[in-house]
Every structure is written in C-alpha cells, then in structure tokens.
Write a new protein. Structure first.
Length: 224
C-alpha cells in the first residue's frame, strides 16, 4: 500500500465537508457527532487537508500506511483513530501514532494494548450482522470484553460496528439499533457506526461518531 497515492482537491473536500457537517447537525440524536475522516488509500495530503479543514479525527485501516503518513505530516494532523482489523503484532508499531483504537474485538488485542499502551482509549468492535468474514466480537461476548479491557486499564469509550456488506437498509438499521441498545445497557455513551453509504441510518439510530471517506475525499485511487 503506497503512502503517497492520489491527490486531493481541497476545495471540493471543503464543500463536501460543509454539506456533511450540516447533515450531521440535522440528524444527530445524541448530541454532537464526531466526524472521523477516513484517509485509507489516500496519501499524506489527505491527512493534511483534514487537519486544515478542522476534521475531528482521521481514520486509518492499515498499520504501515498509518505510520508512514503520520511520519510524513509530523505534528500537523488530527487525532488518529485506527479502524482496521487489528493484528496483535502490529500494535507495538502503532503505539504513539494511534490516539483511539476503534477495532478492539478479542481478548488477545485487549491484552496486548494493556501491555503496550496503558490507558489506551478504545471502542469494542461488535459483529452485529453475523457475517463470518467481518471483524468484531459476537454481541454475547461484548460485556466480558469490555470488563476485561477496563480491568487492564484501558478506557472504553463505546462500541463500534460496520453495517452489512450488502448494504441492505433494513439489516443496517437492525444492526445499528442493536449496537446502540447494547451500548446503553453497558452504560457506554460512544457509538461508532455509519460510513459514507449509511450515515443517515446511523444518525437515526443514535451514533455519536461516523467514519466517512469517499463521501468526503471522493473515490480512492485505483492503486489503493
């Protein structure tokens, strides 16, 4: 994965960002919604643009790409959220780069974060659709994982989920509603759900953070 592919039209991104912020303001059900700009597949210029335009955070999916881009931008970047599948052997390289770990979905990841990044801020990822190839822990295991994270000194901000791969609106709404209800049961305020194609449903179901890439930056380069 290249760390410098593509170029960003900042004027177009600014226009889309304004529209997106208006959408979030209209649809928010649980107070202000954090906008995590997903820079996966774009170069370091996307991170710099997100910073200049005041995005709340950036989202990265791949360890090597995240490390390279943050090194290229230096201190001038929004908080980094890691939203991709976490491999325990990559955590060490990401410590000091990642501010929020959004895809914590199993005990081995919790334990490695507790070892390498004491006090780390995390979301527990839930597989709310039952798709076997999706990341996330089963809903029945979420409480135990949250408790393990807390006992290891991690700060659990909330739950995170991804809608169904086929994008079915009914299934998406059901998944988001179930995760919001589970977060409420566990006394968690944060809910990271909603991407470019399902932001409105996520807002209606009580998300507090959305992860938006193509709706903000446009289509990713074909080499990404």
């Amino acid at each position: 994965m290249s760390d410098s592919v593509g170029s960003i039209d900042e004027v177009a991104v600014a226009r889309r960002l304004t529209q997106l912020r208006e959408q979030l303001a209209r649809g928010a059900r649980r107070g202000p919604v954090t906008l995590c700009a997903v820079t996966k597949g774009f170069g370091a210029d996307a991170v710099s643009v997100a910073h200049r335009l005041g995005c709340d955070a950036i989202g990265e999916n791949y360890a090597q790409e995240a490390v390279a881009k943050i090194a290229a931008t230096g201190a001038a970047h929004p908080p980094v959220h890691f939203i991709g599948r976490l491999q325990t052997n990559k955590i060490r390289s990401l410590v000091g780069v990642v501010d929020v770990w959004q895809s914590v979905d199993r005990e081995s990841v919790v334990d490695e974060l507790a070892k390498r990044a004491s006090g780390a801020r995390i979301f527990v990822q839930v597989n709310a659709t039952g798709e076997p190839d999706k990341g996330g822990c089963p809903p029945a295991n979420v409480q135990r994982l949250v408790e393990r994270a807390r006992s290891g000194g991690l700060e659990v901000l909330g739950l995170m989920t991804v809608g169904p791969t086929n994008g079915d609106p009914t299934a998406t709404r059901r998944a988001f509603a179930n995760v919001r209800a589970l977060a409420d049961q566990l006394g968690l305020v944060g809910c990271s759900m909603g991407m470019s194609g399902d932001v409105d449903i996520a807002l209606e179901e009580g998300t507090t953070l959305v992860r938006v890439g193509t709706a903000l930056f446009g289509e990713r380069p074909s080499t990404a």
